[in-house]
Design a protein around this ligand. Structure first.
Ligand SMILES: N[C@@H](CCC(=O)N[C@@H](CS)C(=O)NCC(=O)O)C(=O)O
Length: 264
């Protein structure tokens, strides 16, 4: 696809949100795009001036008022998994577009395509899904500071998260350190790593290692997962995305603190 034929892409991006993975993917693919940046309210940490169905802020683009939302020639794509799929299916990495080589596409019924499709969904539909009850539990005081990880609620929350973290650690071991394979950071990594950053900062950091050990989440994150995160965070397109994120937010913190507006 030449830049002449390239549709107009706009990312509606909420500060310090899961939309970072879309920004990162756009940078990785090197497709031209516009960024519409929505700040968080410093008090509530929700999207500023946005109420679902109010027609204001993010909800002017999609009634739910959430991010990410992508517009492609005016067609609205909402839900992170759908946005990532559309980008990966229709917009090959610019440097590889002409040759037809490059990354698999998630809608292709090939082994490679469906491996990628799994990772496109896993970050949100497994990892994040299982992490959210902890986030809400900590925030709402359901899991208070005296909790030691032995309640039925905590054990129920931990079961899925532990399985997801173990699976990730095992797959990284099998694939040589990254999900794209051969030590290369690619779309599967981009779709997954951001969820881990939320889990590390928003959940694991909030309790001591002993708490997580009680729940079977030994050492919180496995060594392969930690090494992989470090590698992802040195990736050129990741660095560009986090720099854009921090600059657009007008904040003074460094790009590795891009989650600060959410977790402080
Ligand atoms: N399932 C949706 C969730 C979207 C979502 O909840 N996004 C959050 C940001 S991480 C948001 O925009 N929240 C609106 C707010 O905080 O006001 C997706 O995967 O895109």
């Amino acid at each position: 696809m030449t830049s002449k034929q390239m549709p107009k892409i706009t990312l509606h991006h909420l500060e310090a949100s899961r939309s970072l993975r879309v920004l990162w993917l756009l940078e990785y693919l090197s497709v031209p795009y516009d960024l519409q940046f929505y700040p968080r309210d410093p008090e509530t940490r929700y999207a500023k001036d946005t109420e679902p169905n109010s027609g204001k802020g993010l909800s002017a683009v999609h009634p739910l008022g959430r991010s990410p939302v992508l517009e492609v020639d005016g067609v609205v794509v909402a839900e992170a998994g759908a946005v990532l799929t559309v980008l990966l299916q229709h917009f090959p990495k610019q440097s590889e577009a002409a040759s037809g080589a490059g990354d698999p596409r998630p809608m292709d019924l090939t082994r490679e395509g469906q491996e990628l499709n799994f990772w496109v969904q896993f970050g949100e539909s497994s990892l994040f899904l299982h992490a959210i009850p902890f986030m809400y539990g900590f925030k709402g005081g359901v899991i208070d500071a005296s909790s030691d990880g032995s309640s039925v609620y905590e054990k129920t929350c931990a079961r899925g998260l532990k399985a997801d973290l173990d699976h990730l650690e095992n797959e990284l071991g099998k694939k040589g350190g990254t999900l794209a394979g051969e030590g290369r950071v690619g779309p599967a990594d981009i779709c997954t790593e951001v969820s881990l950053e939320f889990i590390k900062t928003g959940i694991l950091r909030r309790r001591p290692t002993s708490y997580w050990s009680t729940l079977g989440i030994e050492g919180a994150l496995g060594p392969k997962t930690q090494a992989w995160m470090e590698k992802c965070q040195k990736d050129e397109s990741y660095l560009r995305a986090t720099e854009i994120e921090v600059k657009r937010g007008g904040k003074v913190h460094k790009s590795e603190d891009w989650l600060k507006p959410l977790y402080g």
